[in-house]
Design a protein around this ligand. Structure first.
Ligand code: PMP
Length: 284
């Protein structure tokens, strides 16, 4: 695999980042994951805009322009022959060669790393045909989940808790209300209406969420953005999640309660189809 590190395209075994990098020592880094279908990038613009926002919120310098980022994404996709898969991008605050809680000075450059993941069959995943089983867990993450930082230890532990319970993922709960999945936004459907939590600092402003809500509206579906409990979701007709890497993923079980007939619901399936079609058509 050829990866990108600070201006260079290198074999992954030769790519190096300092052990003093603040991404490594302090999780002082932000990231984006852009999916690739038919060798093209899905919603690159949305990811580039959110990256800029994450950097601004953390007063981190931008490592390069949007056009340069696009060029790097495209070059990595081409060099690695990716037809279906992902491009992972990470910007860290870099390092001035020591460990200090205080941010380094203006002359310290951010560190930019990108790599691809080849995922043939991503759009046709058997997991999406089966639907996901989720458990609920307490949301104990920090209060700025709208910033896409690499502090993913708790979501990673949540995923492990789900696996141990024989499930696929976990939905997190704060003050009695569902925030989001470990790596996706959460929705349920009742009597034809799609319910999802409104945007705030409590959840990541999903790029896929934005696209799917727009498409749902265009398809005359009813949407309500409000707080919801896990008990409401357990009583739902269907449920699903959205993310750049799994698109629209139907959810068929929550905390052991089967939704509908236990197979992916019609609205989730329809949204997945429309989203994939529109994404392929607008990919760059
Ligand atoms: N919430 C969280 C916590 C996530 O990690 C992700 C995916 N990175 C999402 C939501 C979905 O965001 P997107 O649609 O931009 O991938």
């Amino acid at each position: 695999r050829t990866v990108y590190v600070n201006g260079e395209y290198l074999p992954e075994t030769e790519a190096k980042v300092s052990i003093f990098d603040r991404g490594f020592l302090f999780a002082d880094a932000v990231y984006e994951v852009t999916s690739v279908l038919d060798g093209k990038l899905i919603d690159f613009e949305g990811h580039a805009v959110r990256l800029e926002r994450s950097l601004n919120e953390l007063e981190m310098k931008s490592p390069c322009t949007k056009d340069e980022l696009l060029e790097i994404h495209r070059k990595l996709v081409e060099l690695n022959g990716i037809e279906e898969g992902l491009v992972y991008l990470q910007v860290s605050r870099g390092s001035d060669g020591d460990r200090d809680f205080v941010f380094p000075g203006e002359d310290t450059e951010p560190s930019l790393v990108l790599f691809t993941q080849n995922k043939p069959g991503l759009a046709n995943s058997p997991a999406a045909q089966k639907g996901a089983k989720v458990i609920s867990i307490e949301d104990i993450r920090w209060g700025r989940r709208d910033i896409k930082t690499v502090q993913l230890l708790y979501p990673s532990m949540g995923k492990m808790m789900a696996k141990k319970a024989g499930c696929d993922d976990a939905w997190m709960i704060q003050d009695g209300y569902v925030t989001e999945g470990t790596s996706n936004n959460a929705y349920y459907v009742k009597d034809g209406k799609i319910i999802t939590r409104p945007l705030s600092n409590d959840i990541l402003h999903g790029i896929t969420r934005k696209a799917v809500l727009r498409l749902a509206e265009e398809a005359q579906m009813q949407i309500e953005e409000r707080l919801f409990t896990i008990d409401e979701a357990k009583e739902a007709d269907e449920a699903f999640t959205t993310s750049a890497s799994a698109f629209v993923m139907p959810v068929v079980e929550i905390d052991g309660a089967t939704l509908g007939d236990g197979t992916p619901g019609p609205i989730a399936k329809r949204l997945r189809e429309i989203y994939l079609e529109e994404s392929r058509n607008s990919a760059i």
